[in-house]
Design a protein. Sequence first.
Length: 114
Amino acid sequence: MVDRKRIKSAVEYVLEEQNIQTPVEISIAIIGDRKMKALNKKYRNKDGTANILEFPLNEGEQTNLPTDIMRLGDIVISYPMVIKESSEQDMLVDDRVEELVQHGMLHLLGLHHE
């Protein structure tokens, strides 16, 4: 079972570090590999699984909703991949989930790595 409080803290940490002051809405799903493989194939045309996928709302058609909430999008994490990577990296599963949530948040905010 994932630690929801740590996930929320990871989101809040990134928002604070990026100086985001407005209320934010995101969706975070922890799923199995079968579903992750299907999403990876459908949206990235890649076979196999991934540890994380992000679906920013600022890509594609824009939706203007009458609100002051910044809707960032969705983060989807493969729990089996988290367990595998945690074991390989000799770290706690919750630590790896936290890393991936922070990584996904940065992507949703438009900050990408090289």
